[in-house]
Design a protein around this ligand. Structure first.
Ligand code: ZN
Length: 157
């Protein structure tokens, strides 16, 4: 288990476009494991490779106990819109309202480079859009409607 440092808004790496992953390697599998460790440690629901300083098209998402490793993900179809609050591990203590598709159909490859398609609505659809944006150098603050607002930090245990 290894926790990687999460890059914060203002770090140039969050603004760069990520490269496709041509094949899975031992090193990239380790990256995926570390991304899960880092996301769970930070109590996030998604993390993209550029957030830990790696410009590769890899994201991990877990909004409700089902983890999705998405390598080279691509949105195939979207429907309707949803309004809702969004935050990001790279922008701690803040949240904002972002308009996203209500339904998303996406394809990706898992950590074994097996292809799959996921159909998502609600929060999972939102998380997929948010994380895929990171691969293009887009952070949700670019899309926020109105102002960012402060969120209460979690109580330390
Ligand atoms: Zn984010």
């Amino acid at each position: 288990m290894a926790i990687r440092k999460i890059r914060q808004l203002g770090d140039e790496i969050l603004r760069k476009k990520c490269r496709e992953v041509p094949e899975m390697t031992a090193k990239l599998k380790e990256l995926v494991e570390d991304m899960y460790d880092t996301m769970y440690e930070a109590e996030g629901v998604g993390l993209a490779a550029p957030q830990v300083g790696i410009l590769k098209r890899i994201v991990v998402i877990d909004v409700d106990g089902t983890p999705y490793t998405m390598v080279n993900p691509r949105i195939l179809e979207t429907r309707d819109t949803q309004e809702g609050s969004e935050g990001c591990l790279s922008v701690p203590g803040k949240a904002g309202e972002v308009l996203r598709p209500a339904f998303v159909k996406a394809e990706a490859w898992n950590e074994n480079m097996e292809h799959y398609v996921v159909e998502a609505d609600g929060y999972l659809a939102r998380a997929i859009c948010h994380e895929l944006d990171h691969l293009e150098g887009i952070v949700y603050v670019d899309k926020v409607e109105g102002e960012l607002y402060d969120v209460e930090p979690e109580d330390e245990e």
